[in-house]
Write a protein that binds this ligand. Structure first.
Ligand code: UD1
Length: 427
């Protein structure tokens, strides 16, 4: 297992290109199952999760060709001319929860799907009951057997009103994809408004789907008989962007983040402005640096879009560890998303957890230590803390980072970070 060694204390200076969004690319790849024509995707990031989704789609019969590189992103052509298997096996699904995104498209295209239940993960139980209930309302018969969801819709899916009791991103995406080819109208109420859902909807429309209300919490889909091929460019990764904004802030550096947009992270940028981070729009991106020497503690509560994203909560906590004053960070989306706290404490942070809130009292400086990554965003929060810490941090289990951050050490290294990957070291 690889390890990462980070020697902290260097203010990062330079330019970083923001990659295509992982969480947009994953449902877009799954959408290739909806048509027997070619779906071409540009700006696909090179990440372990994308490879995992590729492997899953390949065993459903999707043909891939890599159509070269553009900047850091891949261009990929996917063709699901014939679906050879409607089973998504446990071994592939357990590695990545987003595999559940094949359920809606397979049901819509083939009238059947057998998809392993994803099981637990480090940030909580994360059930898929809302995906199942919605597809049942659309006429699917779903039984759970041997750890698999066995879904059938022999007469095809039919439109329905789906009211989600809580906002679910992949749940909305699954139903959206299924609804494109259902008979009649589907209305999704309390739909997720995340930019990645909007990106999927935009691509589905390019494939011939009829969707109204894109970008709102009420999506109206008129089913069509078939979808066709299309070409689509994946949006840039707002979570990667937010992470590098915090990297500039935590190290007292000055970064130019190219391909970055402000409109998908308004709440985060407003919060960071209160904390003393300056974010200027420049041609082609953003420039980020501290307004003054010290950062200030600010309170944060995670919420569905357009609120503060749970996927930036751990990074924000790392930042608050070195701010003046206290910050209360409340996690409302996932029940167990403070796994980074004990590791940050090992680096000298002062954090107390009370239920779903953590009080972070800023310290003068963090100190390097051996730490263990637990999930994707927790891992990168430890990398941020390490960049600001005195001395050396040894980060174990960095395969989590490879799931969601494209060429992290190269991007940070080019801005002066002392960061090195040791291949094949035991955890
Ligand atoms: C997606 C993102 C993930 C992000 C999360 C919240 C992808 C591939 N992943 O995950 O990075 O952290 O949104 O923004 O896009 N829930 C249920 N039953 C369900 C579905 C969800 O109870 O059937 C609950 C979850 O346990 C959680 C909440 O709803 O408490 C939101 O989860 P959801 O939006 O579904 O997360 P994902 O789509 O898995």
């Amino acid at each position: 297992m690889d390890q990462m060694i980070i020697r902290g204390g260097v203010p990062l200076k330079g330019t970083i290109a923001i990659s295509g969004a992982k969480n947009a690319a994953l449902p877009l790849l799954a959408a290739s199952l909806l048509t027997d024509e070619v779906l071409t995707l540009h700006n696909v990031p090179q990440l372990a999760d994308i490879t995992a989704m590729g492997r899953l789609l390949a065993q459903h019969g999707v043909d891939f060709s890599l159509e070269g590189f553009e900047g850091s992103g891949h261009s990929m052509a996917l063709c699901a001319k014939t679906i050879t298997s409607t089973t998504a096996p446990y071994d592939l699904v357990r590695r990545m929860r987003a595999s559940v995104l094949v359920l809606g498209p397979l049901l819509a295209r083939c009238g059947q799907a057998r998809v392993s239940l994803p099981g637990g993960c480090a940030i909580g139980s994360r059930p898929v009951d809302l995906h199942i209930a919605a597809l049942e309302k659309m006429g699917a018969e779903i039984v759970i057997c041997d750890g698999y969801m066995q879904a059938r819709a022999p007469q095809g899916l039919r439109g329905a009103e789906i009211i989600f009791p809580v906002v679910t991103v992949t749940g909305t995406e699954n139903v959206l994809m299924a609804a494109t080819m259902a008979k009649g109208e589907t209305v999704i109420v309390n739909a997720a408004r995340e930019p990645e859902v909007t990106d999927l909807a935009t691509c589905l429309v390019a494939m011939g789907a009829v969707i109204e209300g894109i970008g709102t919490d009420r999506l109206c889909v008129q089913g069509v008989d078939r979808l066709h091929g299309a070409t689509h460019r994946v949006i840039s990764d707002r979570i990667e962007l937010g992470t590098y904004v915090m990297a500039a802030a935590i190290t007292g550096g000055d970064l130019r983040l190219m391909g970055a947009r402000t409109d998908r992270l308004k709440t985060v940028f407003a919060t960071l402005a209160h904390a003393g981070v300056q974010i200027d729009t420049i041609e082609g991106g953003l420039r980020v640096y501290r307004k003054e020497k010290d950062l200030h503690g600010v309170d944060v509560m995670t919420e569905p879009f357009p609120g503060f994203p749970t996927d930036l909560q751990a990074q924000m906590m790392a930042l608050m560890c070195v701010a003046k004053g206290a910050a209360m960070i409340t996690e409302t989306i996932f029940e167990n998303r403070f796994m980074h706290v004990p590791e940050l404490v090992r680096m000298g942070a002062n954090i107390t957890v009370h239920g779903s809130s953590a009080i972070v009292r800023g310290v003068e400086r963090l100190r390097g230590a051996p730490v263990m990554a637990t999930d994707l965003r927790a891992s990168v929060s430890l990398a941020l803390a390490a960049l600001a810490a005195e001395g050396e941090t040894r980060l174990n289990r960095i395969y989590h980072l490879d799931r969601g951050y494209e060429r992290l050490e190269e991007k940070l290294g080019a801005c002066g970070a002392q960061i090195e990957r040791l291949r094949g070291k035991a955890a």
